[in-house]
Every structure is written in C-alpha cells, then in structure tokens.
Design a protein around this ligand. Structure first.
Ligand SMILES: Cc1cc2nc3c(=O)[nH]c(=O)nc-3n(C[C@H](O)[C@H](O)[C@H](O)COP(=O)(O)OP(=O)(O)OC[C@H]3O[C@@H](n4cnc5c(N)ncnc54)[C@H](O)[C@@H]3O)c2cc1C
Length: 385
C-alpha cells in the first residue's frame, strides 16, 4: 500500500460522501450509506479505540435503535452490561429509580464496533487524521486531511459533519459557529481503575450538588466511568477532579482514591445550537446541537440522526434539491420532542433545594418518574423524511 504522509494513496481521490467524526452519529451514517452502495470515507482525528467523555449508558431506546440497525448482537457480544437502576444522591436525599432494559458499554468499545460495522458494509475508515474544511464550492467540498507527517486533500460531493462538541472541521468564515448558551455547563470525565466496593454493576450512581452533577458506572472491564456536567466556575476554581470529588463526597458517595491521578478530559460548553449549514453540508449528532446529558439520550439521538441523515444525503446524490433544509427539519423532530424534558431537568438541577425536594418526593413515589422514562424510551418513530 502506497502512503502519502501516512495516508493511504487510495484515499486521496474524489468521494461521494466524506464523514467527519467516527462517533456514534458518523459511524451510523457511514453504515447506512455504505449499505446503500454509496462511496463513503469516514475520518476521525483520534486513534481508535478512543476514550470520550460520556456516561456510557445506552437507554432502552438506543438499544432498540441499534437492534433496528442490525447492531444489537455485536454490541451485546462486546460485553455490554445490562442496566438495572439509577440512584440519585443529593446532600440529604436519595432516590432509587428502576431502569431496566438499558446497557452500559465503554465508548472505546462501542464506537470501535460501530466503525467496524461501517467498514464491513463497505465504508473506508481512516483514524489519527484530522480533517479541515478547505473550500466549499457549488459542486462539492474540498477537505484537507492532516496528520503529524503532513497534509493531503480529498474532494466530496457531500459532507456529513459529525465531529461532536469539540469538532474542529469547520473554522470557515463561510459557516456560522454554533451558538452556545450563556449559562452552559461543561463536561468532564475520566476512568478509574480501583472502584470503591459501593459501586455495583448495573447501577448508575448520580451525585447532584450546587456545582453540577456527576454520574459513575462500572464498565464491562470493571473500571469506573465518571462523567460530569459542571459549572464553569467550579472547574476554574478547583479543577474537574476536585469538583467531582466534592460532588460525590457531599452526596455521601465514596470518592475513588485515585480520582486526582486519573486522566481527566473535558468538553467545551454543552448547551448549544447550530444554524443550518451551507449547501452539501449536513450536521448531525452533537455537532448539530446539544443540551445536557442528564437524561442520557445523546447516543440515541446520534444513532437515529445517523440513519436519517443518510437518507437525505442519498437523495442529494440522486439529484434531489433542498435536502439540507429538509434534513434540518428532520433533526429538529428527532431531538426537539426529546430535548424539553432534558432542558427542564437541567434547570431543576441548578437549584439544590428543588433537587432535594424532588428527590424526597421521588423516593416515596418513584412512579412519578414513569412518564419521563416512557418519554425517554419511546419507540423509534418512522423515518422523519
Ligand atoms: C458528561 C457527559 C455524559 C454523557 N452521558 C451520556 C450517556 O450516559 N448516554 C448517552 O446516550 N449520552 C450521553 N452523553 C452524550 C453523548 O456522549 C453524545 O451525545 C454522543 O457521543 C454524540 O455522538 P457524536 O457522534 O455526535 O459525537 P462524538 O461521539 O463526540 O464523536 C465526534 C468524533 O469526531 C471526531 N472529530 C472531531 N473533530 C474532528 C476533525 N476535525 N477531524 C476528524 N475527526 C474529528 C472526534 O475525535 C470524535 O471521535 C454524555 C455527554 C456528556 C458530555
């Protein structure tokens, strides 16, 4: 195999579709397009398998969507652990919510399996290569592929931008940046090797406090995954490890001994909205907008988004016009009807007294949360196209 700057020569050509980002949204879009016989290149700047800040919990709805895409067995075989319940802890109260039907799987494994499935379907995947938008023209997009050895360019008739919250693909003055909410929290996460015994498999432990909230869950390899949404001021004042340690301690959950030595990763502001992109450009997943992780739905939105965006891109390739606008409307349907409970909950979580009152209520009447759980786990709808 010939390589130009470490990038296979065979990649350096014109593609029907280039997808930036091999997270859940990008890999699902690649899978559906490749299955339809579309010539697709999937690019990720990280070397796979890669860690990503995430609670690693797949809702029942995400599971159903994976099964619908023919991926349920592969994810189960990778060691996904069944979820049983969700414990929410605050300074004074604690509520236990049964949460059967979901799964826990590290993002290293989940995203690698999805990328593998896309390749099996015929997509080409390169990782450890950053993509930058070079030029957007009437006939297509020119993309620069960059790695430590140098850079090369490829062309695409259409681009799916699935580069997440921290995406660096579009720094073009032709495209408006995402609008970030003024009071947005930031994400932080790490993996801990020695989990205190309190943390049992199948349970999500969530600590809520004034600085935000942190979830801890045991993964398939017994590491403890910690993921948090934190106020910017708390991170500035204490750093993520201490801010999360204080949250866990104030909610009377054990603080892992090696929490300060763990390799913490952060995210930029979580709550954001993206305006529709230019022609031939489709934003999906977190790159298209995000709220906060409190209801654990981001993965389901990304799976569904990957499937639906592929439909619009196929139509564009067949010559249909207006697909970018139609896709934006479809994305609003996918996330819009789900994001409001998430917005409401993230507002409640900003008021510790309200949280304590709500937890006290839920502790005696757990059924109060049934409508919310039904909403989160609603059956996938017909294609929004
Ligand atoms: C603290 C926290 C906890 C969460 N917990 C949960 C949970 O338990 N359950 C749940 O369903 N959701 C959860 N989420 C949300 C979930 O993680 C995201 O919604 C989901 O990962 C979105 O997937 P994505 O494919 O859009 O983006 P990502 O998974 O972020 O993938 C984007 C990819 O793009 C790549 N990339 C970026 N820029 C470039 C570039 N220029 N060139 C090439 N590649 C690039 C990155 O390397 C990355 O691999 C959580 C989020 C946070 C912050």
């Amino acid at each position: 195999m010939k390589l130009a700057h470490g990038i296979p020569d065979a990649v350096l050509r014109s593609w029907e579709v280039v997808i930036i980002g091999a997270g859940v949204a990008g890999t699902l879009a690649a899978l559906h397009l490749a299955r339809a016989g579309v010539d697709v290149l999937l690019v990720d700047r990280a070397r796979f398998p890669r860690y990503k800040v995430c609670g690693c919990c797949l809702s029942l709805r995400a599971r159903r969507l994976l099964a619908e895409a023919g991926l349920g067995e592969a994810v189960a075989r990778a060691g996904a652990l069944p979820l049983r319940d969700f414990q929410i802890h605050s300074k004074t109260n604690r509520a236990l919510i049964p949460l059967p039907g979901g799964w826990v799987l590290s993002r290293e494994r989940l995203d690698s399996i999805l990328a593998e499935a896309a390749c099996d379907a015929g997509a080409t995947f390169i990782n450890g290569v950053r993509a930058e938008c070079d030029q957007i023209g009437p006939e297509g997009v020119r993309i620069r592929l960059i790695n430590p050895l140098g850079s090369e360019t490829v062309e695409a008739q259409s681009v799916i931008c699935a580069d997440g919250l921290q995406g660096s693909f579009l720094r073009s003055p032709q495209v408006a940046p995402a609008r970030v909410s003024r009071r947005a929290r930031v994400g932080a996460g790490c993996l801990v090797d020695d989990a205190p015994k309190t943390y049992q498999p199948g349970t999500i432990y969530m600590a809520c406090g004034a600085a935000g909230y942190a979830g801890a869950v045991l993964l398939e390899d017994q590491r403890l995954n910690i993921a948090a949404a934190l106020d910017v001021d708390a991170v500035r004042a204490h750093g993520p490890a201490r801010a999360v340690g204080q949250l866990l301690a104030s909610a009377r959950l054990p603080v892992p001994g090696d929490i300060e030595q763990a390799a913490w990763k952060g995210t930029p502001a979580l709550t954001r909205r993206r305006l529709p992109g230019p022609r031939r450009m489709f934003f999906v997943g977190d790159a298209a907008g995000y709220v906060e992780p409190i209801t654990g739905e981001g993965i389901a939105w990304a799976i569904e988004g990957g499937k639906v965006v592929a439909e619009h891109v196929k139509r564009l390739l067949r010559g249909a016009s207006g697909q970018e606008a139609q896709w934006n409307a479809a994305w609003r349907q996918i996330v819009g009807r789900h994001q409001w409970p998430c917005r409401v909950m993230s507002q409640i979580l900003r008021h510790p007294r309200l949280v304590q009152g709500a937890l006290g209520l839920v502790a005696v009447r757990p059924g109060l949360l049934n409508p919310l759980l039904r909403h989160i786990n609603a059956e996938p709808r017909e294609l929004h196209t």
